[in-house]
Structures are given as structure tokens and as C-alpha cells.
Design a protein around this ligand. Structure first.
Ligand code: PMP
Length: 282
């Protein structure tokens, strides 16, 4: 596999980052994951905009222009022959002598790699849906910044696995924030409910697109907090992310949601999302 590291396309075994890189020492870095369908990038512009916002919230310089980033994405997709899969991008503040204060003159590190995922769109898991457990949200308070500080979500995935479930929904002050690596939704009657934006959740690029498409399809959308009790008695539930698109959730803490099968709203949104974003892919 060819990867991109600080200006060079190299075989993955030759890629190198300093042990003093602040991404490694402080999780002082941000990332994006963009999916690839039919060899094209889904919503690159959304991801590039969120990256700029993450960088600016952390006073981190951009490693290059967003046009250059698009070129690097395309070149890696081409070089690795990716038809369906993902492009992972990471920017860190770079290498500097270890100090909590930001270095004044470090050059940011930029790394990109691809993951081939055949069957990403025609994912059989979406036909069955996934199970989630609820866990306490113990992450830091700036979840709107897409940092590489992912240990708690990783622990959450392991808690889910240990409980025989697929993923976890995190709960804070009695309300669901989001999934370990996705935004969370419930459906009550004709209304789709998902948490409002704020510092408590990541502003999902897929979330923005799906809510827009839902409104265009005359579905009702409420952006507000919801409790586990509401989720337990919902007609349907689902999650969204760049790598899973719209994924039905069919059980919560061992109890089935609705019929225990993927619901019509989630199925319809998955279809609309795939169709529209593929048509706009670049
Ligand atoms: N929330 C969290 C915590 C995430 O890690 C992700 C995926 N990175 C999302 C939501 C979904 O965001 P997106 O749709 O931009 O992939």
C-alpha cells in the first residue's frame, strides 16, 4: 500500500514519523475519514471544512491548502486502486521537544492512508441492524473537535464487545450524546430525533447530509436531547457515520427497539443517502 507522509508518497513500510511528534505524545492532532464509492470521494468538501474548523479551534496551522488535500486523496485512491473504502487523514502539530505548551515553530505532520472495504455500500450488516449498549460518556468536553484522542471510544467498543453487542451509545446527564464513532438517532412516529449540535458531540458530516435529505423528503426532524427511556420505546433507531452511512440499530441494552428489525425510515434514509452522495461524489 502506498501512504502519504509529509509531502511524499511511499510504501507503508517506509513511512516514518518522529517519536517526538505531538500526535504521538499528546494526542495533539486531528483527523478525518472520507469514504470512497466507485473510486470517488463522498462529501470531500464537508470533511475539508470540518478539518479547517478543528485546526482553527486548536490554533494549529493547516499543512497545505484544501485543494492540495483533495489531490492527495485522489492520488492515493488511484495508486491503491480503491473502488470502495476509506481515506484516513491526520494532521498533528508536528515534532517538538516535549512540552505541554504548543511549540512556536513546529511544522505540522500530515499523514494519509487508504483502507479498501469492498461491500461498504451493499453492507449485509445494514440488512440486519446492529445492537448497542449504553455506557456513561466519560470523554472530554470538546467533542466537537475531531481529535485523535480516541481511547474512551475504544474502551466503549470493548465494553460493547464484552456485553455481546456491536457498539455503545454514550449517556451524559440522562441524555444520549452519540455512539462511539457515530451520531445517534431515534424515530418516533414520523419524527426523527437526534441530539442538537454543541461541544458535546462531533458535528457529523453524514449527520448534516442525512438531516438535509430527510427534510427534503418531507420527514420531520427534531434536533434535541433524548433519553435512554425514549430510545427504548422508539419505533426505530439508527446511527450515521462516513464509514457506515446510515446503519439501523435494532436493540439497546439487550432489549429490542421497535420490531427488532431495521425500520423503514432508516432503510429509506440509507438508500437516499447512498444515491445522492454517490451522484455528487468527486
Ligand atoms: N461521532 C463520533 C464520536 C465519531 O467518531 C464520528 C465518526 N468519526 C461521528 C460522530 C460521525 O461523523 P461523520 O459522519 O463525519 O463520519
Amino acid at each position: 500500500r502506498t501512504v502519504y507522509v509529509n509531502g511524499a508518497y511511499v510504501p507503508e513500510e517506509d513511512a516514518k514519523i518522529s517519536v517526538f511528534d505531538r500526535g504521538f505524545l499528546f494526542a495533539d492532532g486531528v483527523y478525518e475519514v472520507t469514504s470512497v464509492l466507485g473510486g470517488k470521494l463522498i462529501d470531500f468538501e464537508g470533511h475539508a471544512k470540518r478539518l479547517e474548523r478543528s485546526l482553527s479551534e486548536l490554533d494549529m496551522p493547516a499543512p497545505c491548502t484544501m485543494d492540495e488535500l483533495l489531490e492527495i486523496h485522489r492520488e492515493l485512491v488511484r495508486a491503491n486502486g480503491i473502488d470502495e473504502g476509506l481515506v484516513y487523514l491526520q494532521v498533528t502539530r508536528g515534532a517538538a521537544d516535549r512540552d505541554f505548551a504548543y511549540p512556536v515553530d513546529a511544522a505540522p505532520s500530515l499523514v494519509l492512508f487508504t483502507q479498501s472495504k469492498p461491500g461498504l455500500a451493499a453492507n449485509p450488516v445494514a440488512e440486519k441492524g446492529i445492537s448497542v449498549i449504553s455506557i456513561e460518556d466519560q470523554r472530554w468536553g470538546r467533542r466537537d473537535i475531531k481529535t485523535v484522542q480516541l481511547l474512551y471510544p475504544s474502551m466503549g467498543k470493548m465494553m460493547a464487545k464484552a456485553a455481546g453487542a456491536d457498539d455503545a451509545w454514550m449517556v451524559e446527564d440522562g441524555a444520549v450524546t452519540e455512539g462511539t464513532s457515530n451520531n445517534a438517532y431515534i424515530v418516533k412516529g414520523n419524527t426523527i430525533v437526534t441530539r442538537h449540535l454543541g461541544n458535546e458531540i462531533l458535528h457529523g458530516i453524514t449527520r448534516a447530509a442525512v438531516l438535509r435529505m430527510a427534510q427534503e423528503a418531507q420527514m420531520q426532524v427534531e434536533e434535541r436531547s433524548f433519553t435512554l427511556e425514549e430510545a427504548a420505546t422508539a419505533d426505530e433507531a439508527f446511527v450515521t457515520s462516513a464509514s457506515t452511512f446510515v446503519m439501523p440499530v435494532v436493540s439497546l441494552d439487550g432489549a429490542q427497539i421497535g420490531t427488532g428489525k431495521p425500520g423503514p425510515v432508516a432503510a429509506r434514509l440509507r438508500e437516499i443517502y447512498l444515491e445522492e452522495s454517490l451522484a455528487k461524489a468527486i
